[in-house]
Design a binder for this molecule. Structure first.
Ligand SMILES: Cc1cc2nc3c(=O)[nH]c(=O)nc-3n(C[C@H](O)[C@H](O)[C@H](O)COP(=O)(O)OP(=O)(O)OC[C@H]3O[C@@H](n4cnc5c(N)ncnc54)[C@H](O)[C@@H]3O)c2cc1C
Length: 497
């Protein structure tokens, strides 16, 4: 219902300040709109700031579209893919401009694509390089290239002082008129609910629902997940869009792998073999289920997509998930190969350092140590005989130079033979959920009959176009390309008052 009085008035109102929200705001501003961004958390950056900063792009339209069609496998409307394919080809230029204007440069960070599908050889990835003007964000820990990319975006927002950025300002509801058009929203600031007029449109960019247990249990096949994203990711935008009449898509789909949860940290930590698979990087552990059996290639081609899938298995004989948690087992030499985890935290209330040799984590009790494998298995309640057989076969695979069971690349294989032995429980870690409101090629949110909900746009991972495979580095490009389209179209709406 339209309120009698508006507390704040803008043309375009953006909810959420990650890459998608920032880009939508910049574009709407440059198109002449008066813009505000409301961010729920004390600090902006969302998942975006934690990212690897790598953006997947294509050299030419046709192969890029072919690759997208195969990776999206009929889960996304063709018009949306066509628009995104064009965006992926144009994006290197856009990023170079955004970075160049604030004194940064871009580089090609990878040639080719993750999956062996048509068009893969025409794909590549770009990122922003760091320079001495980058100062980092004091509230975020463990961030890498995503921090640099966010610096560029934040500088671009800061160069436009007319964009009002308000943190600690969760958007609570959308305001619709009698025709169902979105004409404003309700934001909570310092405990007060304020009615905010959006003369032209609202753009929702609130990320995923990783920390909403109810949505996770309603929509995800895999259960007992933990999440590494900031705690504000509770699917608010998805729920608000649903209330306004939105259809949902890709709700089952996850970007994630496996990793750890430790006491007193409500944010999960993924293991340190992240991003693209490096086929000659030695991974110290094997993963075993609760029966002591190996069940997967521990370092699959897209560690942050397929990495989570093997844990999903539901065993009908025991009516339970025998791989949740699973256990990573390694030996003394493996322990010395480097930190097994990299905490990444975008929240000034929490921090955690992981030691280079994993010893502090043994002392803290995160990692169990035992002199023999039998002792290790006893402590964990894993059948010792099976664990011994598993480790023997693994060590034989290492001697052979071939993983006969799960095709793990030979360069990553490390035997488990030198005592003491170590083990840590690993859980399915959600990096971000991909599902949310369906959108069209103009980034308008659609109702269940494919009709746009008037004056409501969205961008980023709150309803990603990816609904089959996680296109490694595709999310960031989607945030920028989708944010730009949403911001432009939102600003072009005729003011309703
Ligand atoms: C460690 C890591 C590495 C990654 N590496 C890559 C990579 O290299 N390439 C790639 O493509 N992808 C990568 N990703 C994924 C990528 O970071 C995300 O998919 C993307 O950044 C999501 O951006 P977004 O703008 O949609 O959401 P976010 O950046 O998460 O921003 C959403 C914002 O909305 C806010 N919000 C939520 N609810 C409300 C509300 N009610 N009101 C107001 N604000 C609200 C949140 O607090 C948050 O700040 C990575 C992710 C992680 C965690």
């Amino acid at each position: 219902m339209v309120p009698e009085r508006w507390d704040l008035e803008y043309d375009v109102v953006v909810a959420g300040y990650g890459y998608a929200g920032g880009m939508a705001a910049i574009t709407a501003h440059d198109a002449g709109a008066r813009v505000a961004i409301f961010e729920k958390m004390a600090h902006f950056g969302g998942n975006s700031m934690l990212s690897g900063g790598s953006c997947a792009v294509g050299t030419e339209y046709e192969p890029t579209l072919a690759y997208l069609e195969r990776t999206c496998a009929d889960a996304t409307d063709r018009e949306v893919l066509e628009t995104f394919a064009r965006g992926m080809v144009e994006f290197p230029g856009t990023l170079a401009r955004l970075a160049g204007e604030v004194g940064f440069e871009t580089v090609v960070s990878r040639r080719g694509a993750t999956y062996p599908f048509p068009g893969a050889d025409q794909m590549f990835a770009v990122r922003v390089t760091r320079n001495e003007t980058y100062k980092g964000f004091p509230w975020a820990k463990g961030i890498k290239a995503g921090g640099t990319l966010f610096w560029v975006l934040a500088e671009q927002v800061n160069r436009r002082p007319q964009i009002e950025v308000c943190c600690n300002a969760p958007v609570r509801d959308l305001v619709t008129d009698g025709n169902g058009a979105v004409v404003g929203l309700v934001v909570e600031i310092e405990g007060q609910r304020l009615n905010v007029l959006a003369r032209r449109a609202v753009v929702l960019c609130t990320g995923g629902f990783e920390h909403n247990q109810r949505l996770r249990s309603h929509y995800l096949q895999i259960q007992r997940t933990v999440a590494m994203s900031p705690l504000g990711h509770t699917g608010d935008g998805i729920l608000m869009a649903q209330k306004a009449g939105a259809a949902l898509w890709h709700m089952w789909h996850l970007h994630g792998g496996y990793g750890f949860q430790v006491p007193d940290l409500p944010i999960a930590i993924r293991h340190s073999f992240e991003g693209y698979r490096e086929e000659n990087r030695r991974m110290p552990w094997i993963a075993v289920d609760r029966f002591g059996r190996r069940f997967m290639d521990e370092y699959p081609p897209a560690p942050q997509d397929t990495g989570i899938r093997a844990l999903e298995y539901y065993d009908p004989d025991i009516q339970d998930y025998p791989r949740i948690p699973c256990y990573l087992v390694f030996d003394e030499e493996g322990r010395r190969l480097g930190p097994i985890a990299h905490p990444k935290i975008n929240d000034d209330r929490y921090s955690l350092e992981w030691s280079e040799d994993n010893l502090a984590e043994v002392e803290r009790g995160y990692i169990t140590r035992a002199d023999t494998l039998e002792e290790l298995s006893e402590g964990l309640g894993i059948p010792g005989e099976t664990l011994l057989e598993t480790v023997e076969r693994w060590n034989a695979n290492c001697r052979l130079g071939r993983d006969r069971d799960y095709r793990r690349p030979v360069g990553t294989m490390v035997p488990v033979k030198t005592p003491p032995f170590y083990c840590i429980a690993a859980w399915p870690v959600i990096t971000n959920t991909q599902g949310g409101p369906v959108h069209n090629a103009r980034q308008q949110v659609l109702d269940p009959y494919g009709q746009p909900i008037l004056r409501l746009y969205k961008a980023g991972e709150m309803g990603s176009l990816f609904g089959h495979l996680y296109l490694l580095a595709g999310n960031l490009t989607e945030c920028f390309v989708g944010g730009e389209i949403a911001g432009r179209n939102a600003a072009a709406e005729r003011p309703w008052c």
